[in-house]
Ligand binder design. Structure first.
Ligand SMILES: [Zn+2]
Length: 499
C-alpha cells in the first residue's frame, strides 16, 4: 500500500436490508472500520456518506448522487473515496469500472480498505477486475439458485408465484407451502368459468355482472383468468436451460373442471376469430342478423331511408350488389315476429305441468349419460389399479425405472382422457338441467321479455333460441328451427298442448 499520510478522503458506507439481516454488515461496523483505517494511516476525513439502498445501479441511490455533487464542487480537495469492500461501492462490474474511471478523471481514487487495490500496477489489473466482478457473480448465483429452488417447488406441484385470484397463501397438512382456495373468491372464479362456458355471455357482460364485482375484474385480468390453466389444478413449468415447457399436475385444489376450461378456450378462440367483424346493433332493427332472404336465402341486413316527406322508413333487405332486390318493410317483419312469439307461448297454467313432463323426459334421456358416466368411472378405477400394480412391480424390481416411466405416462394420458370425458358428461347434464326453468320462464314471458330487453339482449335471446334464421312466407315466418335446448322444450310444450 502506498503511503497515504496527508491524503484527504470521503467515506462511503452502504447497507441494504438483506445485508443487515444476513451478513451483519451494519453501517456502524463499516463506520468504525473506515474511521480506524484513516486514523492509522494518517488520512484526513473530508466528509462521510451513508445510505441503505441496493447496489444495482448508482442512479437510484440518492446519497451516492449527493456524493457526486459534492465531488464536483470540491474535487480539488479530495484524493480518495473509501469503502470497506467493493461490493459496498457497486455489485455490478461494468458500472463499477465506469464510475471508478469517471472519478479517476477527477483525480479521485476509489479503494476498499479490506481489499486494497493498487490501480497503477499492471500486475494487479486481473485481480482487480476479479475483485470487482465477485459481487456481481455472487448476485447471479443467488438469482440462479432462487430460480432453481422455485422450479423444484413447481416440479413438486407446489405453485410458488403470486397466488392467482381465487387462491390465498397457505400450507398443506405437512406444513409445507401450498396455496389454498380463498373462501369467497374461489367460488366466484368457478362460477365465472361456468358462466362463460355456457356461451351465453360475453366478456364485457361478465365485467359488468354484479355477481362478480368482488373480483374487481378488468378487461385484461379477466382475459388472463379465463386462459389460466392453474385453475384446473395444473401448473405450467416454463422452459429453462435445456428443459422444455411442461405441464405438471399441481397439488393445489382445482377450481374449474378440465371440461369447463376446454369449453371456455373453445369459445374464446372462436370469438377471437370472429372478432374483426364486430356486430353493429341497431335498436330500430333488432331482427337484423336473424333473418333469411325469402328470395335467395342469403342473410338479410337492414337500414333506414328518408322519404320525400322527411320521415325515416326502415327495411330489412337483401344485398342488391349481389343481384337480389328483396326489400321488406320493418313493420311487416315485426308483426310476423310477434305472431311467432304468440304461437310458441304455452297456454296459461300449463307451465308447471310442462316442467314435470320435461324433467321426466330429461331423466329418460339422461339415463344413457348416467350409465356412460358409470362406465367411465369404472375405467378410471381400472387405470388407477394398473398404476398401483405397476408401482409395486417397480418396487419389487420386476420393471425398470425407464419402463415404469413409459407405462405411467401412458396410463396418465389415458386417465386424462377419461377425466375430460367425465367432465364433458357432467357439463352437458347441468347445461340442460339449468335450461329447463330458464327456458320455461322465457317461453311464458317471451313477448314481454323481448319488448323490454335491450337490443344486445334481444340478439342474445334470438341467438340462444334460433338455430336457423327466420324466413318470411306469406306474411308469417316459417316454423322456426330452434336450438337444441330450446327446441327440446318447445317440442314437449307443443306436444302436451295438443295431447
Ligand atoms: Zn335475396
Amino acid at each position: 500500500m502506498n503511503n497515504l499520510r496527508g491524503k484527504r478522503a470521503i467515506l462511503y458506507r452502504r447497507v441494504s436490508t438483506t445485508d443487515q439481516r444476513i451478513h451483519g454488515n451494519s453501517l456502524d461496523a463499516q463506520r468504525d472500520s473506515l474511521r480506524q483505517f484513516c486514523l492509522t494511516n494518517g488520512v484526513e476525513i473530508i466528509k462521510e456518506f451513508q445510505e441503505d439502498h441496493s447496489a444495482k445501479d448508482f442512479e437510484n441511490r440518492p446519497v451516492f448522487q449527493e456524493l457526486l455533487r459534492f465531488v464536483k464542487l470540491r474535487k480539488n480537495e479530495i484524493d480518495l473515496l473509501l469503502v470497506t469492500q467493493f461490493d459496498r461501492f457497486s455489485r455490478n462490474l461494468m458500472l463499477s469500472l465506469g464510475k471508478i474511471n469517471e472519478l479517476r478523471e477527477c483525480k479521485i481514487e476509489v479503494n476498499a480498505i479490506h481489499n486494497w487495490t493498487n490501480w497503477d500496477s499492471p500486475n494487479h489489473f486481473i485481480p482487480n477486475i476479479l475483485n470487482l466482478s465477485l459481487p456481481e457473480s455472487d448476485n447471479r448465483m443467488r438469482a440462479y439458485r432462487t430460480k432453481e429452488g422455485l422450479r423444484q417447488g413447481l416440479k413438486e406441484g407446489r405453485y410458488n408465484g403470486k397466488q392467482p385470484l381465487g387462491y390465498m397463501p397457505g400450507k398443506d397438512a405437512a406444513s409445507k407451502v401450498l396455496m389454498q382456495p380463498d373462501p369467497v373468491k374461489a367460488r366466484l372464479i368457478s362460477a365465472l368459468f361456468k358462466c362463460f362456458a355456457t356461451g351465453r355471455f360475453s366478456q364485457n357482460q361478465l365485467l359488468k355482472d354484479e355477481r362478480f364485482s368482488l373480483l374487481k375484474l378488468t378487461k385484461s385480468n379477466l382475459s388472463r383468468i379465463l386462459s389460466n390453466e392453474i385453475y384446473t389444478g395444473r401448473i405450467t413449468l416454463p422452459a429453462f436451460d435445456e428443459e422444455v415447457e411442461t405441464t405438471i399436475i399441481g397439488q393445489h385444489e382445482s377450481l374449474v373442471s378440465m371440461g369447463t376450461f376446454q369449453k371456455v378456450q373453445e369459445i374464446r378462440n372462436h370469438r377471437k376469430k370472429q372478432a374483426p367483424k364486430a356486430q353493429k346493433f341497431n335498436p330500430e332493427l333488432p331482427l337484423r342478423g336473424h333473418l333469411k332472404c325469402p328470395k335467395c336465402s342469403r342473410n338479410l341486413t337492414g337500414s333506414g331511408s328518408k322519404s320525400k316527406s322527411g320521415i325515416k322508413h326502415f327495411y330489412y333487405h337483401c344485398n342488391s350488389r349481389l343481384g337480389c332486390d328483396y326489400r321488406g318493410r320493418r313493420q311487416e317483419h315485426h308483426k310476423a315476429f310477434n305472431t311467432l312469439l304468440e304461437s310458441i307461448r304455452p297456454k296459461d297454467g300449463v307451465a308447471q305441468l310442462f316442467e314435470a313432463i320435461l324433467r321426466d323426459e330429461f331423466n329418460t334421456r339422461n339415463n344413457s349419460a348416467v350409465s356412460e358416466l358409470k362406465q367411465a368411472e369404472k375405467t378410471l378405477k381400472t387405470l388407477q389399479n394398473k398404476k398401483d400394480a405397476l408401482l409395486d412391480k417397480l418396487l419389487e424390481g420386476i420393471v425398470s425405472n425407464a419402463d415404469y416411466q413409459t407405462h405411467i405416462s401412458n396410463l396418465d394420458g389415458k386417465m386424462n382422457e377419461v377425466n375430460a370425458h367425465i367432465d364433458r358428461l357432467n357439463g352437458t347434464d347441468t347445461g340442460i338441467e339449468d335450461f329447463i326453468p330458464f327456458g320455461i320462464s322465457l317461453l311464458t314471458n317471451l313477448e314481454a321479455v323481448f319488448e323490454k330487453a335491450s337490443v344486445e339482449t334481444k340478439h342474445q335471446l334470438l341467438g340462444s333460441i334460433l338455430a336457423e334464421k327466420l324466413e318470411l312466407k306469406g306474411g308469417k315466418y316459417r316454423t322456426p328451427v330452434f336450438k337444441e335446448g330450446f327446441g327440446f322444450i318447445f317440442q314437449s310444450v307443443s306436444q302436451s298442448v295438443t295431447r
